[in-house]
Ligand binder design. Structure first.
Ligand SMILES: [Zn+2]
Ligand SMILES: [Zn+2]
Ligand SMILES: [Zn+2]
Length: 233
């Protein structure tokens, strides 16, 4: 459990860890978080560690202020979580589409690349949406998460854990999930996969101002500094 101030401070700290300090993007992150975090306290991903679901290390990590979700749990508490935990909490086993056009586009794109729907995924999705009880539904959703993460956890072992899970945070299906409304994106970052917005471009280099690229850049800088040192020796 974290307070909104802790979440804001931690997010900015993570951002600035690789930039070396506040930059032009810091106030944008802060303003978005202030706008989105209206509760005093939130459960966070670590409060759902009992489920053994791996957190998102792509978009939600690089643009947490836009990508993290505010989930309203069955007991009305709020959770501030990444997409992987959000999917589980709201029992989502299929990517939602904002509009039918997007779904059509995705279908065409899949066909063009010869990508077939994953039969295991389809089967688990079907089982999850037709499940009769909270326990059953949770079981299929966890199997879905495991499958997506390439994780092997025996059915028997998982089934034995369900009664316990039902009484822990996230054990009952969440009521709602509040996502952000980010600005219009102008493509995807090849390094981190997150959406690129005018606001999150590095004003000097024109690159996506994400942790991946900042870390790469810091590494290059280190290496070239080292080279300069050895060359002048
Ligand atoms: Zn997470
Ligand atoms: Zn994510
Ligand atoms: Zn990026």
């Amino acid at each position: 459990m974290k307070t909104r101030t802790q979440i804001i401070d931690q997010t900015l700290e993570d951002h600035e860890a690789t930039t070396g300090g506040p930059d032009a993007y810091s106030p944008i992150i802060k303003a978005e978080l202030i706008k989105r975090l209206s509760e005093e306290t939130y459960l966070t991903c670590s409060d759902f560690a009992h489920f053994g679901v791996k957190c998102c290390d792509a978009a939600c990590e690089s643009e947490p202020h836009y990508e993290m979700s505010d989930v309203i749990l069955a007991d009305d508490r709020h959770a501030w979580v990444c997409c992987k935990i959000c999917d589980l909490l709201i029992r989502r086993t299929k990517e939602p589409y904002d509009d039918p056009e997007e779904e059509k586009e995705e279908k065409l794109w899949r066909e063009a690349f010869g990508l077939k729907p994953d039969p295991v995924e389809e089967e688990l999705h079907e089982a999850a949406i037709t499940a009769k009880s909270d326990g059953q539904k949770l079981f299929y959703c966890l199997r879905y998460s495991d499958h997506k993460a390439g994780k092997q956890r025996g059915n028997k072992r998982l089934k034995a854990l369900i009664p316990q899970f039902l009484n822990l945070p996230g054990g009952r299906p969440a009521k709602a999930c509040i996502a952000s409304v980010p600005p219009r994106s102008c493509g995807c970052c090849l390094q981190c996969g997150a959406s690129i917005f005018k606001e999150n471009l590095n004003s000097e280099s024109g690159d996506h101002n994400c942790r991946r690229i900042r870390e790469h850049r810091a590494q290059w800088k280190n290496e070239s500094d080292r080279r300069e040192v050895t060359e002048t020796e």
